[in-house]
Design a protein around this ligand. Structure first.
Ligand SMILES: NC(=O)c1ccc[n+]([C@@H]2O[C@H](COP(=O)([O-])OP(=O)(O)OC[C@H]3O[C@@H](n4cnc5c(N)ncnc54)[C@H](OP(=O)(O)O)[C@@H]3O)[C@@H](O)[C@H]2O)c1
Length: 244
């Protein structure tokens, strides 16, 4: 039995970890250590030389190629964990006020934080089997909760994560009818020490800043507890439900 009390026996086949950044790399390592029977593949657009499958989530041709590459491998997919995302970049800063909101930055935020996860689901759907369990998890963020938004700011990132939540909630409902063994879960990792959070860590108390390894452990604990009956939820690292 795993630490979460779920039988490890069912965790066989192939796990795809998409976006092997800070959290994604730790998730891939944790999965391979916890479930030795699972073949864990990391997928991204550049990444380490040992990256298994190339994919640029903002490029339709690359998504199509990804489907073809998976079909050619003949993998039995057990799990896909989308750990990609973006908060800031060379020409992208989270907005503090309305004046800083602009079309280009909103499009950048939506491209990876909202549109990419649902297109990734579309890319792997041809590999699903009606009688085989499949977990689809994607990293969202608590700040994407509309009900929990008490401080404003970060317009684009918040809105894109909220849009991801809605898109994947739709997916969970459709898949529960068409692929009854699937689960779709939106996860908040907690503030984690990665490149993404680095510029914003000064406001975070040390005990609330997780290492990627700790975040990965929590996230997998939550994920392995999901069943088709609990599909379509937005959960924090400790398993608590987050208001949409
Ligand atoms: N860290 C936190 O405190 C925190 C808190 C709440 C939520 N989250 C969420 O957790 C997720 C992972 O964040 P992280 O902290 O691990 O960030 P990270 O270290 O910056 O990793 C992000 C990953 O996304 C990949 N990515 C971005 N655009 C891509 C594209 N077009 N195609 C393929 N891959 C792409 C990056 O790859 P490249 O190297 O190619 O750019 C990178 O591997 C994000 O969704 C983030 O919003 C993080």
């Amino acid at each position: 039995m795993s630490s979460a009390g779920v039988s490890d026996q069912s965790w066989t086949g192939t796990a795809l970890v998409v976006g092997a950044g800070g959290i994604g790399s730790a998730v891939a390592l944790e999965l391979s250590q916890r479930f030795p029977e699972l073949t864990v593949l990391t997928c991204g657009r550049q990444g380490p030389p040992d990256q298994d499958l190339k994919i640029d989530l903002e490029d339709d041709a690359s998504l199509d190629h990804f489907t073809g590459a998976l079909q050619a491998r003949g993998d039995r997919l057990r799990l896909l964990f989308n750990c990609s995302g973006r908060l800031h970049g060379p020409e992208l800063q989270p907005e503090k006020r309305l004046k800083q909101v602009n079309r280009r930055q909103l499009e950048q935020q939506f491209a990876i934080n909202a549109i990419a996860p649902v297109l990734l689901a579309r890319a792997v759907e041809p590999l699903l089997k009606r009688d085989q369990p499949f977990h689809f998890a994607s990293l969202s963020a608590r700040v994407g909760s509309i009900g929990d938004n008490r401080s404003g700011g970060w317009y684009g990132y918040r809105a894109a994560k909220a849009a991801q939540n809605q898109l994947l909630r739709c997916l969970s409902l459709e898949w529960s009818r068409r692929w009854p063994q699937t689960t779709v879960t939106l996860l908040h990792p907690g503030t984690t020490d990665t490149e993404l959070s680095k510029p914003f860590q000064s406001f975070v108390p040390a005990e609330k800043l997780f290492s990627p390894q700790r975040a990965a452990g929590h996230l997998i604990d939550v994920l392995v507890r999901q069943t088709p009956e609990t599909t379509g939820r937005f959960l924090a690292w400790d398993g608590q439900e987050i208001v949409w």
